[in-house]
Design a protein around this ligand. Structure first.
Ligand SMILES: [Zn+2]
Length: 323
């Protein structure tokens, strides 16, 4: 009889442990893409909001329309995985939804400055930069009228806090040279003539540990790397992954990305990112898209980042609203 009671109690406890608590604090994640309600070719930018109100912008790229983009609100910190144009942002749209989802209109040119550094300057936000990117970004923030001292270094293995959010950088296997368009003459002309950029050290991914327990791994542009298992899963215990899936010739595609999430990181859920395709029409995933192939290959839920649609995640990495 006692054994039966114990079994019933154990089952009840197990049920409690897996039932989401609607009152538990959530992290809000809002994609800032080129076209409202869609997942478009150049979309990378996400805003993370901790339950304590701390707001962090990741990889602004082309799709944040400058510091006055009304979707930004308060921004406490800006993250940049690497300095390639589609992340740093040489320009942006003249208005929401300009151009089409596969080929948006980014005709507002802000070079030699960048969308990333202009947003940081305008918002008086920190930039948390890994590798050797901080001095380059600090000069750009100063040129945009901001405070260069707000650019802070976070090299591999270190941890810094913004409000209740801990931020670490992790290695990404990619390249990281500043293009001549972001540099001044005569250096820019000399580099252009030589077909070179200026290397600013290795690119990074990020791990964000939020105050509700959510641990998000933002892959950045990368290939498959052993760090995804040893560092991201075994040490940081990421339970949500924002995974770049663009594929050839730049980064992991749907198959390689599925291996990363299924075998190496094993999070509770995934947000697809950096698909380099118009992945949705009318907010619905195109069945022949890379994003759909990735969603099928992954063993856990893969959420599609529709621009402007806020998703909410609990401390265990489960999406509880907006997915
Ligand atoms: Zn990229």
């Amino acid at each position: 009889m006692n054994k039966v009671l114990i079994a019933v109690a154990t089952l009840a406890l197990a049920a409690c442990a897996t039932t989401p608590d609607p009152q538990a604090p959530k992290v809000k994640i809002t994609p800032l893409g080129s076209h409202d309600g869609e997942f478009c070719a150049r979309d990378r930018a996400l805003v993370f909001e901790d339950p304590d109100g701390t707001r962090i912008l990741y990889d602004a790229g082309f799709t944040v329309r400058g510091a006055n983009d009304p979707r930004l609100g308060k921004i406490d910190a800006v993250l940049l995985s690497h300095v390639h144009g589609d992340h740093l942002g040489p320009g942006h749209q003249p208005a929401a939804n300009a151009g089409n989802c596969g080929n948006p209109d980014f005709s507002v040119n802000v070079t030699p400055n960048s969308v990333t550094t202009m947003v940081a300057a305008g918002k008086k936000a920190k930039i948390l930069a890994g590798s050797d990117m901080h001095t380059f970004l600090a000069a750009k923030v100063g040129a945009a009228g901001g405070d260069p001292k707000l650019v802070q270094l976070v090299r591999f293995g270190a941890l810094v806090k913004v409000g209740g959010v801990s931020v670490a950088t992790v290695p990404a296997t990619h390249t990281n040279a500043v293009g001549p368009e972001f540099l001044d003459k005569p250096l820019a002309d000399m580099l252009r003539a030589a077909g070179l950029g200026v290397d600013v050290g290795p690119p990074v991914g990020y791990v964000l540990r939020f105050s509700n327990g959510l641990v998000a791994y933002l892959s950045g542009d990368t290939g498959i790397t052993a760090e995804q298992e040893t560092t991201v899963r075994r040490y940081y215990k990421a339970n949500l992954v924002v995974m770049n899936i663009g594929g050839s010739p730049f980064t992991t595609g749907p198959d390689e990305s599925a291996f990363v999430v299924n075998e190496l990181v094993r999070p509770a859920s995934v947000i697809a990112s950096h698909a380099n395709e118009p992945a949705t029409i009318g907010g619905k995933l195109v069945p022949t898209s890379k994003t759909a192939a990735f969603q099928k290959a992954a063993k856990m839920p893969v959420h599609v980042p529709l621009s402007g649609k806020t998703m909410e995640f609990d401390g265990s990495g489960r999406c509880t609203a907006g997915c």
